[in-house]
Design a protein around this ligand. Structure first.
Ligand code: SF4
Length: 82
């Protein structure tokens, strides 16, 4: 399980914080009816809050302190990189 091999611990999509923000590890699976602000192409890897390096699959996030989010993921706090 690659989720367990990483440090920091990947954010659990089922946690209250993650589910409250609509976080998913696959941005193509965002519930678009619930999160109308989602637009195609948005994902953690191109979010201003993503702290992972270029090409990384997982990285820190300014919102999920001490955890890692998937570069391919998304949450409703998405903000495009300037
Ligand atoms: Fe991903 Fe950005 Fe949400 Fe963090 S704030 S989980 S990097 S979309």
């Amino acid at each position: 399980n690659p989720r367990l091999a990483l440090a920091p611990i990947p954010s659990d999509p089922a946690s209250p914080q993650a589910s409250g923000l609509g976080y998913v590890e696959d941005a193509t699976k965002v519930d678009k009816a619930k999160f109308a602000r989602y637009a195609d192409g948005q994902k953690c890897g191109v979010c201003a809050l993503y702290q992972g390096g270029e090409g990384s699959e997982w990285g820190g996030c300014g919102i999920f302190a001490g955890q890692a989010v998937a570069a391919a993921g998304w949450c409703s706090a998405f903000a495009p990189k300037a």
